[in-house]
Design a protein around this ligand. Structure first.
Ligand SMILES: Cc1cc2nc3c(=O)[nH]c(=O)nc-3n(C[C@H](O)[C@H](O)[C@H](O)COP(=O)(O)OP(=O)(O)OC[C@H]3O[C@@H](n4cnc5c(N)ncnc54)[C@H](O)[C@@H]3O)c2cc1C
Length: 404
C-alpha cells in the first residue's frame, strides 16, 4: 500500500485558504490515494487488516485530513469546524473503511483537551493523531447503560495512587486499545452523579482482563473488561474528583452531535453503491423500475438530505458559540434511524441476489448484509433511540415527564 509521508504537508492548503479549498484538497488527495482494495464498492475490496487501516489513517493525517480543529501545539492543524466539515464531506463521499481510532480522535482527544493537564495533552494528543495509540471507552457496565449514573466501578485513593475495581461491558476496541477512557466512582452508587471520576488507564496495567464478546456478524469488536485491584498513579486522573459526570456528559454530547460528521455523505455514497449494484444485474435492475421501490429509495434520499441539514446547522451553531446540549439527541436519533431504514431497504433488494446474479451484485449483497446487522446496533450505542426520544420530549420540548 502506498503511504504518504510528512513531505505531503507541503501540499496542505494554507490555513487562511477557507473551507472550499480544503474540500478540494481532500477530494483530490482521497481520490488519488484510497487503494482499490479498501473501496467498499470495488470488486477488489477485502476487509483491511488493522495495520492497513492504521497506515491509511496515518497517511490521511499527514495529508492534513485529521486533527483539523486540534491546536498545532498538539499536532493538529489549528483550523475551525468549517474546514473539519468540508473535509468530512469528502471522507463521506468515498467508500472507505470506518476509522479504527475514532474513540481516540473523536472522544478521548477532545475530552483530554478540555479537562487534561498540559502534561497529559502533550503525552496523549499527538500519539492519537499519528495513529500510534488507540483508545477505548470504559463507560457502560452490566447494570449501567442508559442510566450511566448507576455505574459501580470503584476508584479508591491510596496516597499518591488510585486502586480500581469493577467491570465494564460493550467496550469497543478494548483488545487493541493502549488506553481506556475509564469512568469510575469514588463514593457509593447512591451518590449518583456526584463522586464520578475519569481516568486515562494504560490497558497493559496489571489486573486488567479483556474478554472479547462475539457479535451477530461474527466479529469480536467489543469486550467485557475486568479491573481487579488495578493501581494507577494520580497522574492518570483526567480532571478533578467529582468532575467525572460533567466530563462524561461532554463525551456523550460529542458522541451524539458531532462525531463522524461525514455520515450523511457516507450514506449517500452507500445509496449510490446500492443503485449501481442493482443496475449491474438485469433482474435486480427491474426492481428499480418498481414504484414501491422507487418511493423507498426516494424516502431514503430525502432523509439523507435532511440529515445533511442537521449536521450543517450543528456546525453553524457551534461556530456561533452556542452549545448543542440536548439537541445532540436529535442528530443521534435521526442518523441512526435513517441508516437503519436504508439498511433495511438494501437488505430487501439484495435478498433477490442469486448465485447467477452479477459479481458486483453478489459482492454488494455481502457488504449490505453486514451493514444491516451493524445498523441494528446503531440505534443502541451512544444512547438508545428510546432514550433520545425521552431527552427530546423532556429537554427540548419541555413535555412533562409523566406524559412521555
Ligand atoms: C455496537 C456497540 C458498541 C458499544 N460500544 C461501547 C463502548 O465502546 N463503550 C461503552 O461504554 N459502551 C458501549 N456500548 C454500550 C452502549 O452505550 C449501551 O448498550 C447503551 O447505552 C444501552 O445500554 P444497555 O445496553 O445497558 O441497555 P439498557 O439501558 O438496559 O436498555 C435496555 C432497553 O430499555 C430501554 N430503556 C432504558 N432506559 C429507558 C428509559 N429511560 N426510557 C425508555 N426506554 C428505556 C432502552 O432503550 C433499551 O431498549 C456499545 C453498544 C453497542 C451496541
Amino acid at each position: 500500500m502506498h503511504i504518504e509521508t510528512r513531505d505531503q504537508l507541503a501540499a496542505i492548503p494554507d490555513p487562511a485558504a477557507g473551507p472550499e479549498v480544503y474540500r478540494q484538497h481532500a477530494r483530490q488527495w482521497l481520490r488519488a490515494n484510497l487503494p482499490d482494495h479498501m473501496r467498499a464498492d470495488s470488486l477488489d475490496y477485502r476487509t483491511p487488516t488493522l495495520e492497513e487501516s492504521r497506515a491509511w489513517e496515518a497517511a490521511m493525517y499527514h495529508a492534513g485530513l485529521a486533527g483539523m480543529t486540534w491546536p498545532t501545539a498538539y499536532g493538529g492543524h489549528g483550523l475551525t469546524l468549517r474546514e473539519h466539515l468540508a473535509v468530512n464531506k469528502e471522507i463521506g463521499a468515498q467508500p472507505m473503511p470506518e476509522s479504527v481510532s475514532s474513540i481516540g480522535k473523536e472522544l478521548a482527544g477532545p475530552i483530554i483537551m478540555t479537562v487534561g493537564t498540559e502534561a497529559q495533552k502533550e503525552a496523549f494528543l499527538p500519539a492519537i493523531l499519528a495513529m500510534r495509540e488507540y483508545w477505548c471507552q470504559g463507560f457502560s457496565e452490566p447494570d449501567a447503560g442508559s442510566d450511566l449514573a448507576r455505574l459501580r466501578t470503584r476508584a479508591v485513593q491510596e496516597g499518591g495512587h488510585w486502586r480500581i475495581n469493577g467491570q465494564k461491558i460493550w467496550t469497543s476496541g478494548a483488545a487493541k486499545a493502549h488506553y481506556c477512557l475509564l469512568l469510575t466512582r469514588t463514593g457509593t452508587v447512591a451518590d449518583k452523579h456526584r463522586g464520578l471520576l475519569m481516568f486515562a488507564v494504560p490497558m497493559n496495567t496489571p489486573g486488567i482482563r479483556v474478554v472479547p464478546i462475539k457479535s451477530i456478524d461474527g466479529k469480536e469488536s467489543f469486550a467485557e473488561v475486568f479491573f481487579d485491584d488495578v493501581v494507577v498513579p494520580d497522574s492518570a486522573r483526567l480532571g478533578a474528583p467529582d468532575e467525572g459526570w460533567n466530563a462524561a456528559i461532554r463525551v456523550l454530547s460529542i458522541e451524539r452531535a458531532t462525531n463522524r460528521m461525514y455520515r450523511p455523505w457516507r450514506f449517500e455514497c452507500e445509496l449510490r453503491h446500492l443503485v449501481s449494484a442493482c443496475k449491474s444485474d438485469a433482474q435486480l435492475a427491474r426492481l428499480l423500475d418498481d414504484g414501491y421501490t422507487q418511493r423507498r429509495v426516494g424516502d431514503v434520499a430525502c432523509e439523507i438530505d435532511a440529515l445533511k441539514g442537521l449536521v450543517e446547522t450543528t456546525v453553524s451553531r457551534l461556530m456561533a458559540g452556542e452549545s448543542i446540549g440536548a439537541r445532540g439527541s436529535l442528530t443521534k436519533l435521526y442518523w441512526s434511524e435513517c441508516h437503519q431504514a436504508f439498511a433495511g431497504l438494501a437488505l430487501s433488494l439484495m435478498s433477490h441476489v442469486t448465485p447467477h446474479s452479477s459479481l458486483q451484485a453478489r459482492r454488494a449483497r455481502k457488504a449490505f448484509s453486514t451493514a444491516y446487522l451493524f445498523s441494528r446496533a446503531e440505534t443502541i450505542y451512544a444512547g438508545t433511540s428510546e432514550v433520545q426520544l425521552d431527552v427530546i420530549a423532556q429537554r427540548i420540548l419541555n413535555l412533562p415527564k409523566d406524559l412521555t
